[in-house]
Ligand binder design. Sequence first.
Ligand code: DON
Length: 592
Amino acid sequence: MVTVRRRTSWALLAAGLTACGHAAPTGAPAPAASAPIAAQEQARVPADWRFSLHPTFATAEHGMVATDAALGTRVGVDVLRAGGNAVDAAVATAFALAVVYPGAGNIGGGGFMVVRMADGRTAALDFREMAPQAATRNMYLDSAGNLTDRSVEGWLSSGVPGSVMGLWEAHRRFGSKPWATLLAPAIRMAEEGFVVDADLHRSLEYSQKRMSQYPGSAALFYPGGQPPAEGSTFRNPALAHTLRLIAERGPAGFYEGETAETIEREMKANGGIITREDLKRYVAKWRDPVEFTYRGHRIISMPPSSSGGLTLALIADILSGYDLRSLGWHTPAHLHFLAEAMRRAFADRNALLADADFTPVPRDQFLSPAYAARLRATIDPNKATPSSEVRPGLGVAAGGTHTTHFGVVDAQGDAVALTTTLNNGYGSGVTIAGAGFLMNDEMDDFAAKPGSPNMFGLVQLEANAIAPGKRPLSAMTPTIVLDEQGKPMMVAGASGGPRIITAVFQVLSNVLDFGMDVGSGVAAPRVHQQHLPDVLYYESRGVTPDLLQALGGMGYQTPNTGGVGDACTIVRTGNVWTGLADPRGGGVAEGY
Ligand code: DON
């Protein structure tokens, strides 16, 4: 079994900071989401499962925002109420999260955005970090060729941030309100301060040892050696200043001039390699969205440099050959087929996907029903396939971390799914002193040593090796599901590293296969398989002893884990938007 190289991230996820028989194939659409989890399904969830399966979710007629932080949600709803569209609200929310949710909301990181406008336009925006020009393939190996922790710690772990350029691009193409107006709430909260809630206090406390090593972070987040107390007011005037430059000058306020100089100076003084030239060269890219059909619904998701959409499509396509509903939710057969589809899709993902600007990516294969059928045919209905027998691209041989996802829908029917991250909780741990923002440690998403596990235990190969200007492969999966009329009926996505993809699939499937409403669909326990390590993770207290025993009998090792993703989700039922911020996180969904 492959072990996870470093404990930090799993620990973060575990702390919640951020984490048989064949049935006849069917392609028939399942009933629309409408009801809480059914009684016979609920009976398969242990009584001490950590969350209510009937959480109170938000309902609204016009628009909805679901994020990991109440103050971020409020900013988005205010923009919608003032007549902004979903993209305006997403831009304002993303900047607000950089202030009030600093573990993952960011301007020093990157992300992905999927858009569906009411007029039928779809778009996918890649604002993933890029490796600096001075990056080299083996930059994180020591002289003996072993991996170090420099891809996750400190100045050297950062890629060139993409968030500011991404939000600018999204606004330039789809926005309707003035740019500066959308930054105003974030600037105000950074300048005047906001009230620290229990989640922020706890997560800063949790990360204190790590972050205190870096002077900019120590001064900002631990003045007097302590994280800000719950209920106190937290101000970040340096960030307000940086945001004001961005409000006034657009991306030039970040990628050029004072902020770029400050970043370069801090990097040079501390062994980092990002230069002003790197910042100036940063580009956000519009990509062709991944589109596929599951149970009669058109699904729009993110292509490389995220693996999210293609891996989601392959999992869905493999599983479309089973009638999951008649297998029964969380029966041994259901979890077995889920795990085997995940295992095969992740084997391909880990080996074949990468930044398509650098490495040819077999996109058509990931979207080919015939290829999915070949993979499906290798699944033994009665037992687990060892991951060692699942070869990428061929199927079976013969014989916390911290990211934040949010969704926005508006009264016209525009929809945005946006996932953004610094990678680890608080990224590299480094706050750019004087500029008030944290830098990412996204370089760890590359295969720093192909064939060796990264922070998430992902064993990725040559395709995703480090090269200057390349974007590390992501698992972020912002996704929009359309109904038969082509109108958005679901906005999905998650945080949680590789578990993002499997969390998103399970939320989609809970709604589309099992007819669950947004409450049960998101709150229900989940599982995760990523090829290697060769285990099937389940969320602690999420699976009954009987089920574990049955899975053990099929050949699964089943360690428990803190969480499988944090999936803020919006679902439309009829003309009503319903939204739930995943109870695994501390957010809020609100509409009007
Ligand atoms: O892009 C990725 O796949 C990772 N950097 C995401 C990290 C993450 O979700 C951490 N959070 N919970």
